[in-house]
Design a protein around this ligand. Sequence first.
Ligand SMILES: O=P(O)(O)OC[C@H]1O[C@H](OP(=O)(O)OP(=O)(O)O)[C@H](O)[C@@H]1O
Ligand SMILES: Nc1nc2[nH]cnc2c(=O)[nH]1
Ligand SMILES: [Mg+2]
Length: 168
Amino acid sequence: MTTAPQPKMFPVSWDQFHRDARALAWRLSGQGHWDAIVAITRGGLVPAAIAARELDIRIIETVCVASYHDYKNQGELAVLKTVAPHLVELAGGDGAGVLIIDDLVDTGKTARVVREMMPKAHFATVYAKPQGRPMVDTFVTEVSQDTWIYFPWDMGLTFQPPIREGGA
Ligand SMILES: O=P(O)(O)OC[C@H]1O[C@H](OP(=O)(O)OP(=O)(O)O)[C@H](O)[C@@H]1O
Ligand SMILES: Nc1nc2[nH]cnc2c(=O)[nH]1
Ligand SMILES: [Mg+2]
């Protein structure tokens, strides 16, 4: 019997995520000025909050997108809420004054749909996988396509069996 290959695990702690989101803000700080942030919910909410604090941006909007309805399996992409039109028109229109933030880009499907709403916006993520990387203007860490990133808000502290008893 053959079993499907398991994706590599990339668990991220709160500390690590804060550091990586700050590193994203550092990179962005040298690249321009934005009037507003659009966070792609839900994953983009946490890095958007950190970047907003670091870059002193006070106007925060959401675009609500769901595509991984089932854990690790991408389903039909649903846009549950779009962006307020006046934000798209900031700084000359087409999203020019907007910084779009998400936690990660994987296949790039979510990024493609949101980019179409604001073609001139700057698109930033904390993590990127190779397939979605061309959709992103700025990111911090690349992981391989066969890696699954575990975010701190999806995890809890659990007992680890000792290595001699089969622990990893
Ligand atoms: O590049 P893609 O293949 O489109 O995948 C990336 C998207 O998938 C996850 O969101 P998800 O749809 O799981 O919703 P969530 O943010 O509410 O967890 C992640 O937060 C990105 O938004
Ligand atoms: N948590 C999480 N959500 C995702 N959505 C698409 N890819 C991923 C991933 O690697 N981790
Ligand atoms: Mg998401």
